[in-house]
Ligand binder design. Structure first.
Ligand SMILES: [Zn+2]
Ligand SMILES: [Zn+2]
Length: 335
């Protein structure tokens, strides 16, 4: 087993400690292969990597991610029905909102407050997106803001190229780990640490629920023309893969294509198409200039679906303290 490593958040378990440590040694009792496969299910399992492989894609570790893409080819066999397409679209919308409203604007930037129960529910929905747990996501995103478009930025297209910033960086040993020192405010919640450690659990449950829903509908409403396999492929695999690529356009395309309203020290852009696709995240130059606002579309015409959703949740009493855009920020805008 891994040797316990001290980290500043108390009291993590032995396995959790290893997720935040770069030199966790692999035990001779366990082969590297076995430990890597175990890590598909438990990210707390430590695997030693030397300096030369830290920034190379770990293909064995990445196998489930690749398999998820290949599973989309199942559309060739399972066919399509309006109900399967509807479920896929609804899950895209709900999970995009969880990612932008909570993984990003709440966990990463703390731009509003909520109860522990609502925090957990949206952490759970966010965890179903196969974009790792909330601690991993927020820790990397906070780092991105600190070092945007420098060599230390894990996903700067100007430095590392489009493909790496879109889909390469997070498949490396260096960025597999969660640096808990970047998220002490989140790491104090054991339920969030659990979601982060067993980050495959919620996606597996969602996949099983999709399959079960398809089987159920096949029996109770055969006229809808769906099945377990069809609902699994469309509701889980296609929806999740499209959601993933839409999300990471903000790392790749939104630092390349669009307008720059603010003179930030990075290459962030405002892009209406990306804003529509990602429910408001495409106003990325706005966001990099002032990340402290719950709102990313700063003008009334800058469509920001997540902001509208958060306003609705605020009216319902589910969240509070939404942070608006200060007047001094708007005064600095070039357009
Ligand atoms: Zn950015
Ligand atoms: Zn951000």
């Amino acid at each position: 087993m891994a040797t316990p490593q001290p980290i500043p958040i108390a009291p993590p378990t032995r396995a959790e400690a290893s997720t935040g440590n770069a030199t966790d040694p692999a035990s001779p009792r366990h082969g590297w292969l076995v430990r890597t496969v175990r890590r598909w299910f438990d990210t707390g399992v430590g695997v030693a990597s030397d300096a030369s492989s830290e920034d190379r894609i770990d293909w064995l570790r990445a196998a489930p991610f690749v398999a998820m893409h290949l599973a989309c080819l199942g559309v060739l066999w399972v066919g399509l029905s309006p109900v399967a397409l509807g479920v896929a679209a609804a899950l895209y919308a709900l999970r995009m909102f969880a990612l932008t409203g909570f993984y990003h604007r709440y966990f990463s930037h703390r731009t509003f407050q909520t109860s522990r129960a609502v925090q957990f529910v949206f952490a759970l929905i966010g965890a179903s997106c196969v974009q790792r747990g909330p601690l991993w996501w927020a820790a990397h995103h906070r780092h991105h803001h600190r070092v945007t478009d420098t060599a230390a930025d894990p996903h700067s297209p100007a430095i590392h190229g489009f493909l790496w910033s879109h889909v390469g960086w997070f498949l490396t040993p260096r960025h597999f780990r969660t640096d808990l020192s970047r998220v002490p405010d989140l790491a104090k919640y054991p339920e969030l640490r659990w979601l982060d450690r067993f980050d495959i659990a919620v996606p597996v449950v969602l996949a099983l629920v999709m399959y079960g829903l398809g089987v159920l509908l096949q029996h109770v409403a055969p006229q809808w023309g769906t099945s377990g396999g069809q609902m699994l492929v469309w509701g889980f695999f296609v929806s999740t893969v499209v959601l993933f690529h839409a999300t990471v356009t903000i790392n790749s395309l939104a630092h390349r294509f669009g307008k720059r309203r603010f003179d930030t020290r990075d290459d962030s852009r405002n892009n209406v198409w990306l804003a529509l696709l990602t429910f408001g995240e495409g106003w990325h130059n706005n966001h990099h200039f002032f990340p402290g606002s719950s709102r990313q579309g700063f003008r009334w015409w800058e469509i920001d679906l997540t902001w509208y959703g958060l306003k609705l949740m605020s009216a319902l009493g589910l969240v509070r303290g939404l942070k608006p855009v200060p007047a001094w920020v708007l005064a600095k805008a070039r357009s």
